[in-house]
Structure formats: structure tokens, C-alpha cells
Design a binder for this molecule. Structure first.
Ligand code: PEP
Length: 264
């Protein structure tokens, strides 16, 4: 089964409005000459405060080559939740299709739990958007030999009470925590092995169709030099990119490195 690859850039807490627009313009220029059908899905995740201006900038070209994600959301629709942003509010942005949830930085610094991630995933899907559910092990967990157990537990909890149909539409990002922002990329064959294990977990929970349809990305120090080998793996459907997404030329190189799989 062919799954459309996704290259998603997580800008984290970088870029004010002017910088966000500049980066978006740069990326648009880099991808200008390429036929949309030959590209993977290209997704950028600015900070909340820049979603408006980036959305406007994307509307200007009207080419639909670049979509947006938010880096987080809250699962309640509205109310007394100071500082939070609901999914309904994210739907104001016509180019926003994805919401990243459960990033290790949110789990680590903001105490996001598997239960919250599950509530967010349910609410995102109920609102017609697509969750990018992050999972991954620490170096200690890897050294202890509990990587697979830890990740399959994260995935099982994240997809509780979600139908096979909604699971099929979702996206998972496998991001070994020790590889995020460290420059140490996980060996591609090993990343593919873990991703296959995640697919098997989805198969046992939701059936074969969901397992074959769900897109599973690799994240953790993806660079222009690593993407082709990563995309050559059987089960890696794209990348979630942090640092290298903050420069238009390096992110565009990663996007281009995924084109061979995008046009299969
Ligand atoms: C990330 O933030 O999800 C990430 C993978 O970051 P980096 O590419 O910088 O390791």
C-alpha cells in the first residue's frame, strides 16, 4: 500500500511574526518550480502567535504545497483554561490540517501525560484535523532494553477509544529522545525496526487496514544528508524535523530528499 510521505517542520519556540513570514517565503521560493504532485506533504508548525501570518502568507501563493500544523492544543472546546488554545480555534486557519501532540518536550517540561495525549487525539479527530502523535524512548530506557515495551505502551494509550478508521488517518512520529536536538541520528535500520514494531502494535489494536494506512515518521536530528537513507527504509513514511526546519534551504533539501518516495 502506498502512503503519501510527510515532511513536517517543528519550529518549536522560534521565530516572531516577521521571521515566520520570512521563513515561509523562503520555503515557498525553494519549492516554487516543483510540481505539487511530485512533493511529499510539506507541513510547517509555527508558534501559535504566528499561525495567522503564516496562514496568510500561504494563501498568497494559493498553490497548496505547504500545510500547517500547530505544536499543541487543548482538548476542551472552550472555557476557563487560561493560556490554552482549543482545536476549534485552530480551525480558523484554512491551511492547518495537523496538530502535533505528545512531543517529548511537552511530556518532559509540561507534564503532558498519555491520558492527556489520548484526550487530545480524540478531540482533534472529532474536529476533522489529524494528530501527529509523538512517541519515543530515553537513552536510559534504550540501554535498559525496554524501548519496544515503552513505545507500544505509549501508542496503546494514545489510541485508546479511537476507531480503526480514525487511526488509519492519523500520523505517528517515532522520535528517540536521545536523538532530538543532539545531532545523533538513530541508525536508519534501527529506526525502521522500531517503526515496524509500532505498525505491528497498531495492527494488533486496530487491524490490518489501519496498520497499513497510518503514516509513521521518524524524528531526531534529521538532516539533508540523512533523509535519503531514512526514506529508503520500508516503513519510514517521512520525517518530523526540528533544527533543520528553521532554514528554508536545509528544510527544502529534506523535502526534496523525500521526493523519490512521494512519486512512487
Ligand atoms: C523535533 O523537535 O521533533 C526534532 C526531531 O528536533 P531535531 O530535528 O532538532 O532533532
Amino acid at each position: 500500500m502506498s502512503r503519501k510521505p510527510i515532511i513536517a517542520g517543528n519550529w518549536k519556540m522560534h521565530n516572531n511574526n516577521a521571521q515566520s513570514v520570512e521563513l515561509t517565503e523562503g520555503l515557498k521560493a525553494e519549492l516554487k518550480e516543483i510540481d505539487k504532485n511530485l512533493l511529499p506533504e510539506v507541513v510547517i508548525a509555527p508558534v501559535f502567535t504566528s499561525l495567522y501570518v503564516v496562514n496568510e502568507e500561504l494563501n498568497k501563493c494559493g498553490c497548496g504545497k505547504i500545510k500547517m500544523a500547530s505544536q499543541n492544543c487543548y482538548y476542551e472546546p472552550k472555557g476557563a483554561f487560561t493560556g490554552e488554545v482549543s482545536i476549534d480555534m485552530l480551525k480558523d486557519f484554512s491551511n492547518l490540517e495537523y496538530v502535533i501532540i505528545g512531543h517529548s518536550e511537552r511530556r518532559q517540561y509540561f507534564n503532558e501525560t498519555d491520558e492527556m495525549i489520548n484526550k487530545k487525539a480524540i478531540a482533534i479527530l472529532a474536529n476533522g484535523l489529524i494528530p501527529i502523535v509523538c512517541c519515543g524512548e530515553t537513552l536510559e530506557q534504550r540501554e535498559e532494553g525496554i524501548t519496544d515495551k515503552h513505545i507500544s505502551t505509549q501508542i496503546t494509550k494514545a489510541f485508546e477509544n479511537i476507531s480503526a478508521e480514525d487511526t488509519a488517518k492519523s500520523v505517528i512520529a517515532y522520535e528517540p529522545i536521545w536523538a532530538i536536538g543532539t545531532g545523533k541520528t538513530c541508525d536508519s535500520v534501527e529506526a525502521n525496526r522500531v517503526i515496524k514494531m509500532i505498525r505491528e502494535t497498531i495492527k494488533s489494536l486496530k487491524g490490518e487496514n489501519a496498520a497499513n494506512s497510518i503514516r509513521i515518521l521518524y524524528g531526531g536530528s534529521v538532516k539533508p544528508e540523512t533523509i535519503e537513507e531514512q526514506m529508503a527504509q520500508s516503513d519510514i513514511d517521512g520525517a518530523l524535523v526540528g533544527g533543520a526546519s528553521l532554514k528554508a534551504d536545509s528544510f527544502a533539501k529534506i523535502v526534496k530528499g523525500a521526493m523519490a518516495k512521494a512519486s512512487v
